[in-house]
Write a protein that binds this ligand. Structure first.
Ligand SMILES: [Zn+2]
Length: 305
C-alpha cells in the first residue's frame, strides 16, 4: 500500500536528513551551480526530442496517460500541464534566472526528455492497494479511486512517480550516463543495510527508506498541484490569527507509503520515517491524516475524486 501526500515549497526547503541525495540537487538556489551538482530539475531548456511543442501544439510520446477514470486522468493532466507551462514560460522569458521545477515536474522531465524511457500511468484492479509501479509503468487502484480524495490521489501519483524515477535511474544508469545517482543509491543501501537488487519485498523496502530524502520535495509538488487544481490551498490559523498555508498537512501527506510489511503482514514505519518523525504519537497523527484522505471521510480536507 502506498499512501502519502505531498506539498510544494520554494527555495527555503529544509535540509534532507541524509546526505545521499541533496535537495539542492533539485532546487539549486544560486542559479549558477554547475550541472555536476545538479541532479534533476536544473536546466531551463527542455528537450522535446521525440515529441515537442510546435506552434502551440503539444505532442508528447514519452509520458503516456492511459487513465480511464476521468477524475484521476485530470489530476495527472494537472501535474503534466504544469510541467509544460513552465517550459513555455522559460522560453518566453529567456534569459531568466533558473526557474526551479517542482519534484514531480523534474521526474516528468526525465521521461519527457528521453527518447528511450516512457512513463505510463493507468488504473486497474489492485485489490486494497492505492498504487503500484513496475519499472516505469504506474497503476492506480480502482477501488482506491472510488473512495480517496483528489489530494490523496495526487499524492499517490507523485509517490509512484518517485518509484518509477528510482527504477529507471537505477536500472539504466549506463544509458542515462548517470553513474553518480546509482552509486549514491548503492551507498545508501550498503550503509543502512538494505538490498536494492533483492526480492520485490527487499527492493520495496529500500525504495521506501530511500524516499525519506524526498519527503519535502514530494510535499512541495503536492502543494503546487493542490493550489492550482485541488483545494486551492489548505490553510490553518497561526498564533497571530492569520491564515497560513498548512505546510505540515501537506508534509504529512508526503510521508504516505513510508512503511513496509513485516513477516506477519503488519505495516511497519520505515527507519527513515522514524528518523524524520521520532515520536510515535506524531507518526500516528500523520497516519490518521493519510487514512482520512485515503478514505475520503468527513475528517478529510481534500474533496472526493
Ligand atoms: Zn510505494
Amino acid at each position: 500500500m502506498c499512501s502519502l501526500d505531498e506539498v510544494v515549497i520554494e527555495a527555503s526547503a529544509p535540509s534532507p536528513p541524509t546526505p545521499y541525495v541533496s535537495i539542492a540537487y533539485m532546487y539549486p538556489t544560486d542559479g549558477g551551480q554547475s550541472q555536476g551538482n545538479c541532479e534533476v530539475g536544473c536546466e531551463n531548456n527542455w528537450n522535446f526530442g521525440g515529441g515537442g511543442i510546435y506552434g502551440g501544439n503539444v505532442t508528447e510520446v514519452e509520458i503516456i496517460n492511459n487513465l480511464t477514470n476521468p477524475c484521476a486522468k485530470s489530476i495527472f493532466e494537472g501535474l503534466r500541464i504544469e510541467m509544460i507551462k513552465k517550459n513555455i514560460l522559460q522560453q518566453v522569458m529567456q534569459p531568466t534566472p533558473k526557474v526551479n521545477l517542482t519534484f514531480a515536474e523534474s521526474i516528468l522531465k526525465l521521461f519527457n526528455d528521453s527518447n528511450t524511457f516512457n512513463l505510463s500511468i493507468t488504473n486497474g484492479n489492485l485489490n486494497n492497494s492505492g498504487g503500484s509501479t513496475i519499472g516505469s509503468s504506474i497503476t492506480i487502484g480502482d477501488a482506491y479511486l472510488k473512495s480517496a480524495t483528489s489530494l490523496s490521489i495526487a499524492r499517490t501519483m507523485i509517490h509512484e512517480m518517485v518509484h518509477a524515477y528510482l527504477n529507471t535511474k537505477y536500472a539504466n544508469f549506463i544509458d542515462l550516463n548517470d553513474w553518480d545517482f546509482k552509486i549514491a543509491m548503492d551507498k545508501y543501501a550498503t550503509d543502512n543495510g538494505f538490498n536494492p537488487n533483492g526480492t520485490a519485498v527487499e527492493k520495496n523496502r529500500f525504495h521506501h527508506e530511500f524516499m525519506g530524502q524526498y519527503v519535502d520535495a514530494m510535499a512541495i509538488s503536492l502543494v503546487s498541484w493542490d493550489q492550482k487544481y485541488g483545494t486551492g490551498g489548505i490553510t490553518r490559523t497561526d498564533s497571530r490569527g492569520h491564515q497560513t498555508l498548512d505546510w505540515e498537512y501537506y508534509k504529512s501527506m508526503a510521508y504516505g507509503g513510508l512503511y513496509y510489511e513485516d513477516s506477519y503482514g503488519n505495516q511497519i514505519a520505515t527507519d527513515s520515517f522514524k528518523a524524520l518523525v521520532p515520536n510515535k504519537s506524531d507518526r500516528d497523527i500523520i497516519k490518521n491524516i493519510l487514512k482520512n484522505e485515503q478514505d475520503g471521510n468527513g475528517s478529510s480536507k481534500g474533496t472526493k475524486c
